[in-house]
Structure formats: structure tokens, C-alpha cells
Design a binder for this molecule. Structure first.
Ligand SMILES: [Zn+2]
Length: 309
């Protein structure tokens, strides 16, 4: 082989390597506050983005302990997606400020609050403050637990990704259409599973489930917490036991990050059972995407209801 060919090959190889680096650097770097948002972002962004969640799905999203690694994620993010409605107010705002990343500051193009696109329930009609202990002062932030809000979140990601990366607009649109189709199919399955149990009354620990329960026909009668974010009190616990007896309620749903002692004693007092339902992707190891949250929860609910009959 002559020197010319060898040199040309070297040049081509170098160019290819450089292109590879450019392509890797060209991926949109997305950070989300929760694993649910990360899962939906990945559905829409495919191989054009990298995405990482800050809070883990087995943690209470209202109370996440900040770590230095969170700051590193935020420093290199092109886009930060949050649930909003003050879900993350206890831990995320100082991290955003400390990141000194101008792209993701609230109000800038790299900050995406998904609550503005979704159906939000329990919006207070009177003034509520966090000083009163209510962690839902702007309405219920657990809105991702209705798949129709999942569809709205996906659309918002499609639009935002396309705004930042217009060259990939068609790609994001195609992935969103595919996600929407799979979500429609899954909802038929979930509806069929839940159909025999529509109208069942339940108790939940925290107000995590209004969107889920409205969508799948469950009625939440009371909560283990006297107020969102306030730990159980003996007086309220007794009220819950009485409500369960009075209305023949047999099921208490608890998020994975709450102590089971009070729910267990309520169940014992009222003759019911406790089920740990997952509000998020990553709530247990095998629940690795948005679809699996509903698969897991609906399987658990239907098998628990079936046993109770
Ligand atoms: Zn909450």
C-alpha cells in the first residue's frame, strides 16, 4: 500500500472518530426530577437524547435528600423537566440555583414544568399554605398516575425536544405517535381488568392517587395522613377505622416509602388489608417503565379485590 492510501485511510478514520464524538455530544442531555418523567422522555427522545432522573421511584418525591451527584447532573443538562405544583419545592430549587446552569433556570427554555399541560385535580379554592402542613397548595401534583396525563406529558416532550432540536422533529413525532398507540392499547387492557371492581372504596395513605382512582373508577374515602405531608395522629387514625367499618372498606393503599405500622393497625382494627401500591417507575426493581407502573398496580389491585370477594 502506498503512503497516499495509508494517509487517506488515517484521515478517514480520524474524521469518522470525530463525527462519532460530535454525534455523542449532540445528544440532548435531559434531566428529570422523577423516574416517571424520565421514562416518558426516553419514549419520545429515543437515541437522540440521554435522560437521567434525580429522585428514585422508591423515594417520597416531596422529600428527597439532596446529594452532590444531583448537582453534577444539573450542571450538564440541556433540559430539566419537573412535575411542578411544588412537588419538588423542598429540595430542587436550591440545586437549580447552585448548578449555575443558565439553560435550566425557571423561565428559561431548558426548564419544563409538565403540570401546565396536564389535568390537575384538587386545586384548592381557598388559600392553602405549606405552613399549615399541606404539601399540595397548588393542586395535586401526582397527576402522572392517569395515563391520559402520560399522553399529555409525552406530547409536551415532543414539542420541547422539537423546539430545541428542530432537525429531529419528525423523529420525535413518530416516536410520540407510537407511544400514544401503545398507551391506547394498554388502557384497553387495564380498563378490562378493572371493570369488575369499579366503584370500590379504598383508603390511601397520602393523596397520591386521585388521578389514578378517577381514571380507573375507585373511590377514595379517607387518608391515613390527616393532611398531605402530615404524619398520622391517633385521633385521625380512629376516624379512619370508623369510616372503614361504616362503609365496609377493606383496602388501604400505601406508597412504598411510608411506615406500615399505622396502616397495619388500621387494617387490624377495621378488618381490612394493606397493599403497597407503586406511584412511580422504580418503586420496585422490576417496574422499569411507565407502562409497568400501571401493569404492576392494576395486577395488585385486581388480585387483592379478587381475594377479598
Ligand atoms: Zn403529594
Amino acid at each position: 500500500m502506498n503512503m497516499f492510501l495509508i494517509r487517506r485511510r488515517l484521515v478517514v478514520t480520524t474524521l469518522l472518530a470525530a463525527a462519532g464524538i460530535c454525534q455523542a455530544a449532540g445528544k440532548l442531555n435531559v434531566v428529570t426530577s422523577t423516574e416517571d418523567l424520565a421514562s416518558i422522555a426516553a419514549e419520545i427522545g429515543g437515541d437522540r437524547i440521554t435522560v437521567e432522573a434525580i429522585a428514585k421511584g422508591y423515594q417520597d418525591p416531596h422529600f428527597v435528600e439532596p446529594k452532590p451527584s444531583f448537582l453534577l447532573k444539573l450542571q450538564k443538562a440541556d433540559l430539566l423537566a419537573v412535575v411542578g405544583l411544588q412537588l419538588e419545592i423542598g429540595w430542587l430549587p436550591p440545586l437549580i440555583t447552585q448548578s449555575r446552569n443558565s439553560k435550566i433556570q425557571e423561565g428559561n427554555a431548558g426548564y419544563l414544568d409538565l403540570s401546565q399541560f396536564c389535568q390537575v385535580l384538587e386545586i384548592p379554592t381557598t388559600q392553602v399554605t405549606r405552613a399549615m402542613g399541606d404539601v399540595h397548595p397548588l393542586g395535586n401534583p401526582h397527576y402522572w398516575l392517569n395515563p391520559e396525563n402520560g399522553r399529555r406529558i409525552a406530547k409536551a416532550f415532543e414539542n420541547k425536544f422539537s423546539e430545541i432540536r428542530p432537525a429531529d422533529k419528525a423523529y420525535f413525532a413518530e416516536r410520540d405517535a407510537d407511544f400514544g398507540k401503545r398507551l391506547t392499547e394498554a388502557q384497553k387492557r387495564w380498563d378490562a381488568q378493572m371493570a369488575p371492581y369499579r366503584g370500590r372504596k379504598v383508603i390511601t395513605y397520602h393523596r397520591s392517587w386521585p388521578n389514578f382512582c378517577e381514571r380507573f373508577g375507585l373511590v377514595v374515602v379517607d387518608y391515613v395522613e390527616p393532611k398531605p405531608g402530615i404524619p398520622p395522629t391517633p385521633v385521625h387514625t380512629l376516624e379512619v377505622i370508623n369510616a372503614m367499618k361504616r362503609e365496609n372498606i377493606k383496602l388501604i393503599l400505601v406508597e412504598p416509602y411510608f411506615d406500615l405500622r399505622t396502616p397495619n393497625s388500621i387494617a387490624q382494627g377495621a378488618g381490612g388489608t394493606v397493599a403497597v401500591l407503586l406511584p412511580s417507575v422504580g418503586g420496585v426493581k422490576e417496574v422499569t417503565d411507565y407502562f409497568k407502573v400501571f401493569d404492576y398496580d392494576i395486577n395488585l389491585l385486581t388480585s387483592t379485590f379478587a381475594k377479598a370477594q
